[in-house]
Write a protein that binds this ligand. Structure first.
Ligand SMILES: Cc1ncc(COP(=O)(O)O)c(C=O)c1O
Length: 440
């Protein structure tokens, strides 16, 4: 029996007409027990559900809202522009303006191609890498998610593996049924943060590798930073084997700084994809790189289409978001990091003060995650699968949600700060976490 709440009633209606009552598996009962809260509106750092419950939101729409909900300048820009139409099937002034802003901000980008979602941008990037190099293989890392494209939907679901195989020869584990063997026959999976493993793979297959794709921070198993120098090592080994160094910044772009991980770690990637934060809540993604790479997407070479690419209203939101974040010399991006760091430190204090549940907090600037573990650090997917109590986290996050704090509901995800979060939000969250840990 579901409780007699407006969300419960909506869920009962929803399961009749929507698969699992939702539109993405990560929003369903796998992550929210016994059903998800149905949200009605957002304002700043807050969300309000259909029952009138208020939440401090640290999910920020999977990281898509660096300014928080319904920022007045975003609302003004979208309201101003919507009366002039939504979609023209032709080129737009705002498209040029945003592309110019991005090229100005990102040293590794001579040209931009807009898409809608991270998955689409990643798909185009893989095709581009293969088209440019004439090679078929992709190297990806255990635990790194690059959207739900068949070729890379491997080794990202910690529920599935009973064994991952020897690190020298990982077992490839598809995350979904419905994938043909052929779709991932050319995908090589390697443990991350392990220089020897990548060296061995590139020695054996390097001449056939179109690209090595990596997140700058492993953000799809919580928050796992790269070991010092590791990303530069990937960059160098790609260069020495003529493979493209592909940095997927779908989560980290416009999130860990204006220039994402490329700036943070001093990288010069050949292909970069963005999504999430770039659109400030609208579906905007981008592929970018130097001219010699991006010109591969010209007509007649590598195909990239999309009826909804570069959506007009979304681009006005992107333009406004970038203007706000860059005011006073990128002060917005600095504030975003400072807020995330403060939240992560406050969580560390609470966790260290209680003795019942051994846990650690990992963060890079504005992106953070709690792990229930007796380890000092979680450094790769294998650690995450074997040494993190994900079930305890699920119970914790759901209990926290009941007390009005919306953090990532699953350990594989991560929580994030926005410019809308205040010190009072951090304090209220820390207090609620302390109470929740007492009763867990
Ligand atoms: C690193 C990374 N790449 C790609 C994607 C896919 O993005 P989207 O969900 O917008 O398709 C995600 C989504 O979580 C991601 O984290």
């Amino acid at each position: 029996m579901l409780p007699n709440t407006a969300s419960g009633q909506l869920y009962q209606r929803a399961v009749n007409v929507l698969v699992e009552g939702v539109s993405s598996a990560s929003r369903g009962p796998a992550n929210y027990a016994p059903y998800p809260p149905y949200m009605r509106r957002g304002a700043g750092s807050r969300l309000f559900d259909v029952d009138g419950n208020e939440y401090i939101d640290w999910m920020m729409s999977f990281g898509a809202l660096p300014l928080g909900h319904a920022h007045p300048r975003i609302v003004e820009a979208v309201q101003r522009e919507v009366v002039h139409g939504t979609h023209f099937a032709t080129a737009l002034e705002v498209e040029v303006e945003v592309a110019e802003m991005l090229v100005g901000l990102l040293p590794h980008a001579d040209k931009i191609r807009f898409a809608n979602t991270g998955t689409e941008a990643c798909m185009a990037a893989f095709r581009l890498a293969r088209g440019l190099t004439g090679r078929s293989k992709i190297v990806k890392f255990e635990g790194h998610y690059h959207g739900w494209y068949d070729a890379v939907l491997l080794n990202t679901n910690p529920q599935l593996p009973t064994t991952l195989g020897h690190p020298n020869d990982p077992i490839r584990i598809p995350d979904s049924s419905g994938l043909t063997l052929g779709s991932w026959a050319d995908t090589i999976v390697v443990p991350w943060n392990d220089e020897a493993a990548l060296t061995r793979v590139m020695a054996a297959h390097g001449r056939d590798v179109a690209c090595v794709v990596t997140e700058g921070i492993m953000t799809n198993m919580g928050v796992i930073p790269a070991k010092e120098g590791y990303l530069k090592f990937i960059q160098a080994i790609c260069k020495s084997h003529g493979a493209l160094f592909y940095l997927d910044e779908t989560v980290t772009g416009f999130r860990v700084g204006a220039g994402g991980c490329a700036e943070l770690y001093g990288l010069k990637p050949d292909i970069v994809t963005y999504g999430k934060a770039l659109g400030q809540g609208f579906p905007i993604a981008a592929i970018c790189g130097p001219d010699w790479v991006m010109d591969g997407l010209e007509w007649g070479k590598v195909l990239h289409y999309g009826s909804h690419n570069a959506p007009r209203l979304g681009l006005y939101a992107t333009k406004t978001m970038l203007e706000i974040m860059m005011e006073g010399g990128a002060v917005g991006f600095q504030q975003l990091q400072a807020c995330g760091r403060k939240m992560a430190n406050a969580l560390r204090e609470v966790i260290n003060a209680q003795k019942r549940h051994p846990a650690i907090v990992q963060n890079v600037g504005s992106v953070f995650q709690i792990y229930f573990t007796d380890r000092d650090a979680i450094t790769d997917y294998r650690d995450f699968c074997s040494h993190v109590d994900r079930n305890k986290f699920r119970l914790f996050a759901n209990a926290l949600l009941q007390s009005g704090i919306y953090m990532s509901p699953a350990n594989t995800l991560h929580s994030l700060s926005s410019l809308a979060h205040s010190d009072a939000d951090i304090q209220a969250t820390a207090e609620a976490v302390a109470r929740t840990l007492e009763t867990l």
